[in-house]
Design a binder for this molecule. Structure first.
Ligand code: NAD
Length: 284
């Protein structure tokens, strides 16, 4: 048996086409474009690349986008005042603060300064709390993208055993909440977990988000399961590797994501969905 590949590029492209159609209809009817602001502090090349990709996404779907570039030495109060201005700007529906921030800046304070109704990354404690209370509004982008991939399989998720490896605030924890909401029985493994292998071996759904290439052995994967690899680690030769041994896992799983081209494009598409939702529902 060889797994069906969950093609994140293709599914993200369908999502973007739908968003583009909705936006152009709205603009044709005299409405305004959804607006996204990106705040970049410093000149980290990886962050510059992510911002460029997001700008290109905005262009593709017809959003207005603005990038606020601040020098690396910008003091925290200045970053906060930029966020306050964007929070008050009625043409802006979503604010993205590009992480990581320089070390003199307290990332938690910055994340919490973004107005919850403009938090299109879905990282603000308010939005995490809404998800925990089963009343989600703006959902964390990577777990939201993974849920779209899982729904794409057509498999009924309710009652399935899911194992997530990784418990970070941006992926593992909100992923746990999303799967609980979908009716799965969820195990969240992390660096202190004693028997990650055992939890993977009995899972119908395995989602790994650790950034440790090869951590999940292909031989651990249960026959017929759904395997989602969130991990992305760049090798010295430029190759991108996931956490899961793909070549072995693909023989056992029913569905699997590639790296690259699986979860990555879905994260960006989910952020665009969040921005559209913010403009249509939260700022209507
Ligand atoms: P993180 O470093 O914040 O968290 C890593 C998690 O892995 C922690 O909870 C840690 O306890 C767990 N972990 C580490 N070693 C482990 C082990 N041996 N066994 C079990 N658990 C272990 O990282 P993150 O921000 O959650 O990102 C994780 C990976 O996902 C990275 O490779 C990152 O690049 C990638 N990522 C991809 C996307 C995407 O869109 N595809 C989005 C976000 C993150």
């Amino acid at each position: 048996m060889s797994a069906t590949i969950l093609d994140g590029n293709a599914i993200a492209s369908e999502i973007k086409s739908r968003i583009r159609a909705t936006v152009s209809e709205r603009v044709a009817a005299g409405g305004r474009k959804p607006g996204l602001a990106m705040v970049l502090v410093g000149q980290d090349p990886a962050s510059e690349l992510y911002v460029k990709l997001k700008q290109r996404d905005c262009e593709e779907v017809g959003f207005k986008s603005v990038v606020v570039r601040l020098p690396v030495e910008t003091p925290q109060p200045r970053v906060v005042s930029v966020l306050d201005e964007l929070n008050d700007d009625p043409t802006i529906d979503g604010i993205l603060v590009q992480l990581p921030l320089p070390t003199h800046i307290d990332s938690n304070e910055v994340i919490e300064r973004v107005a919850p109704d403009k938090d299109v990354d879905g990282l603000h404690p308010y939005n995490m709390g809404r998800l925990a209370a089963r009343k989600p509004l703006l959902r964390s982008c990577t777990p939201k993208g993974v849920m779209t991939l899982l729904r794409h399989t057509g498999v009924e998720l309710r009652g399935l055993d899911a194992t997530i490896i990784g418990a970070s605030n941006d992926v593992g924890r909100p992923m746990t909440l999303e799967l609980l909401l979908a009716g799965c029985t969820v195990t969240t493994a992390h660096k202190f977990t004693r028997n990650t292998r055992g939890h993977v071996e009995r899972a119908d759904i395995v989602i790994s988000a650790t950034g440790k290439p090869g951590l999940v052995k292909g031989s651990w994967i249960r026959e017929g399961s759904i395997v989602i690899d969130v991990g992305i680690t760049r090798q010295p030769d430029g190759r991108l590797l996931g956490d899961i041994e793909f070549d072995e896992a693909v023989k056992r799983a029913a569905w699997i994501t590639p790296v690259p081209g699986g979860v990555g494009p879905m994260t960006r598409a989910s952020m665009l969905e969040n921005a559209l939702f913010a403009s249509e529902v939260l700022h209507a």
